[in-house]
Design a protein around this ligand. Structure first.
Ligand code: FE2
Ligand code: FE2
Length: 368
């Protein structure tokens, strides 16, 4: 149990605790959310006029089904604390766990909010009723998700300033098709991540060190539906999943999977507290996500190829060295680590993909 600084007599220890605690004030949480590195969630903008021209006629029946589902709002009222919200002993939490867990919550909150901002903007700028309705519904869900995480953070005396982020965080421009690939994948991988943790904690409740994980089952239902929506949007234009675009699909699959691996390995104490081996977890999530993306992508990554795990480990190691070199101001070592990270990514990207036929109808029910 970590002492409060007012009870500590040794200055070194006091400084160390203060150093750790400084991670937890709101300015720092917002600063963390403001970061734009390869590994932190970004905010996106796109060509909203092009997206507004999408015609969902080719997938009308599935589209209406999905929209009706979302309009019925199965998770209305779900994202608030109730009797299931056990007391959280933030002060008694082991400092490294607290740091990594808060980092996880801030990053999740930023990612949820990033979806909210993009979807809200599409709703605001569009004139196409199908598209604006979908994006309004998705923005509704993401705002709830971000808000709920912020509720959890506030108990720890931390909150992410979402208004400030909207105005000040840098927006990255992506062409609509890249938004489809990236957002579709992040929704589906989000579903896979939440459900994998939920099922693990269902079987091993002794590892559930915070009540927020109890909310993950319904939560991932929202992400699942969002993913379905992007699958349908891509289905309206067969060119999006053919020819040279398959190269881009492979690129996004590799980038999203690899980013998850490196990011999760930055939080060893958090994963240990959950009783989750990050390598096992990554693999589980890759299997589930690959299975789901067969609905629309004509390839999946060969995650059982021995080069895959080796490449991930090299990338992760290079990333650790990179962070260390940056912290110590070692320019040459930094360049070396960057080059190694780049090579590791190329090695992952060049593993031959597995090809398959996509089903005629896109819609799938959640299976996990
Ligand atoms: Fe979400
Ligand atoms: Fe989502």
């Amino acid at each position: 149990m970590n002492k409060h600084t007012s009870e500590i007599t040794d200055a070194e220890e006091s400084l160390r605790v203060q150093q750790e605690m400084s991670q937890f004030d709101s300015d720092d949480a917002t600063a963390l959310a403001m970061q734009n590195t390869l590994l932190t969630p970004r905010f996106y903008t796109t060509d909203f006029d092009e997206m507004d021209r999408i015609d969902v006629t080719p997938v009308r029946a599935d589209w209406d089904d999905l929209i009706n589902d979302m309009v019925s709002d199965p998770n209305k009222g779900h994202f608030k604390k109730n009797a299931d919200w056990d007391h959280v002993d933030w002060d008694g939490m082991e400092p490294m766990l607290k740091k990594e867990f808060i980092d996880f919550l801030v990053s999740s909150c930023t990612a949820e909010f990033s979806g909210c901002v993009l979807y809200k903007e599409m709703k605001r700028r569009g004139n196409n009723d199908d598209i604006t309705q979908l994006f309004q519904l998705m923005a509704r869900d993401e705002a709830r998700h971000a808000g709920f995480i912020n509720d959890a953070l506030r108990e720890a005396g931390v909150s992410v300033n979402l208004g400030f982020l909207t105005q000040k965080k840098k927006y990255t421009y992506f062409r609509p098709k890249f938004i489809y690939y990236a957002t579709y994948l992040s929704e589906k991988i989000g579903y896979a991540r939440y459900i994998t943790i939920f099922r693990h904690l269902e079987a091993n409740p002794e590892f559930r060190f915070h009540p927020i994980f109890k909310w993950f089952e319904e939560w991932c239902g929202d992400e699942y539906r969002h993913g379905e929506a992007f699958a349908l949007l891509m289905k309206t234009d067969p060119k999006l999943t053919k020819g040279f675009n398959v190269f881009w699909i492979k690129f996004f699959l590799t980038a999203v999977f690899a980013t998850m691996y490196v990011r999760d390995h930055q939080r060893p104490v958090f994963h240990k507290a959950l009783g989750v081996d990050p390598d096992w977890y990554a693999h589980e999530v890759y299997i589930k996500t690959s299975e789901m993306t067969k609905q629309i992508f004509p390839i999946t990554l060969d995650i059982e190829n021995p080069r895959w795990q080796r490449g991930l480990e090299k990338l992760q190691k290079a990333n650790l060295d990179l962070a260390d070199a940056v912290e110590k101001g070692q320019v040459l070592r930094k360049l070396g680590a960057q080059a190694r990270a780049g090579m590791a990514f190329v090695s992952l990207f060049t593993i031959p993909a597995l090809k398959h036929e996509c089903p005629a109808s896109v819609r799938m029910a959640p299976a996990y």
